[in-house]
Design a protein. Structure first.
Length: 134
């Protein structure tokens, strides 16, 4: 389907710009396909980062909920890499709430960027389709 679309565009551009050699138009088309592929890869990376951050948010929320049920003066164990250490439950809860707040701000920003990028991709696709149909 993509190759048919590319062939159609190639012939259309050649008709509009007959002074350009067909080989050059073909190279331009390959470059445009490469750019489109790069945009889709970027979109995929945005999605993956967003999903990882969402997962971290849910994990932090569950941990904060669990710590709220524990006496603030109690000790809990936290991990730092592969090491577990004893920490105060109240201080740990405050620290995790701060991390959660920062993560929510980052998620909001990332979601806004993701939505804007998706909109750009859809607009480019719509423009390409309208060009083909002319």
């Amino acid at each position: 389907r993509s190759s048919d679309l590319n062939q159609h565009l190639l012939m259309k551009f050649h008709k509009k710009l007959p002074s350009l050699p067909l080989k050059m138009i073909h190279q331009m088309n390959k470059f445009l396909c490469y750019l489109q592929y790069q945009r889709l890869l970027q979109l995929n990376v945005f999605h993956q980062n967003y999903l990882q951050m969402e997962s971290r948010r849910r994990e932090l929320e569950k941990t904060v909920e669990a710590l709220e049920k524990v006496d603030g003066g109690s000790d809990v164990y936290r991990s730092a890499g592969q090491i577990l250490f004893k920490a105060n439950a109240g201080e740990t809860n405050v620290d995790l709430k701060d991390q959660l707040e920062i993560l929510i701000v980052q998620l909001t920003k990332t979601k806004t960027q993701l939505d804007a990028f998706e909109k750009q991709v859809k607009e480019k696709e719509a423009h390409l389709r309208s060009t083909i149909q002319q």
